[in-house]
Design a protein. Structure first.
Length: 175
């Protein structure tokens, strides 16, 4: 079985590799405790002992699961942003909201577990991706608007204010 499955982007390759590692957990642990492994010279060398120690640690596998719970939802955001075939503007805001909600769900809505993660995600989001035009794209996307006609308009109005040449133009747009 292949442990690494290469994809076009590094983040997808890394995620899929970690996911595959998790799926093969029991086989990997069995391999490192087998007589066949113990008979190899490398198993008693520093690198072999370190690899065995890592693979047999419960905390290592808990960390793998933790990372998958965070990265899984974010992969969808990254795939959308990295896609050159489909324009992301009308979808990015909702995909990000969905990713945040999925991360919360993945941690059973335990704020203590997901809050530090979302702080990092939100910081990156606000510095690199968040833009009022994403909110406008979301608002103007019929798929989202008709599914949620009560969606919040604060960011939309902030964008209108920023792009309007006067309050009269702003009022005309709001009507």
């Amino acid at each position: 079985m292949k442990l690494i499955r290469h994809r076009v982007t590094r983040f997808t390759t890394n995620f899929l590799t970690l996911q595959r590692l998790h799926n093969l957990k029991q086989k990997i642990r069995t391999m490192f405790t087998s007589q066949e492994w113990l008979d190899l010279k490398v198993s008693s060398e520093i690198k072999g002992l370190k690899a065995t120690s890592i693979v047999l640690k419960v905390s290592f596998w808990e960390d793998v699961i933790h990372v998958l719970k965070v990265i899984g939802p974010l992969i969808k955001v990254l795939k959308l942003v990295d896609n050159e075939k489909v324009p992301a503007m009308g979808f990015i805001y909702q995909v990000m909201v969905d990713a945040r909600n999925q991360i919360k769900k993945n941690f059973d809505d335990n704020e203590r577990k997901y809050k530090p993660i979302l702080e990092i995600v939100d910081k990156r989001w606000s510095v690199q991706l968040k833009h009022p035009l994403h909110v406008v794209g979301h608002y103007l996307n019929p798929k989202h608007f008709y599914n949620n006609p009560q969606m919040e308009n604060d960011d939309l109005y902030a964008c209108i204010r920023k792009l309007s040449s006067s309050t009269e133009v702003e009022d005309d747009i709001r009507r």
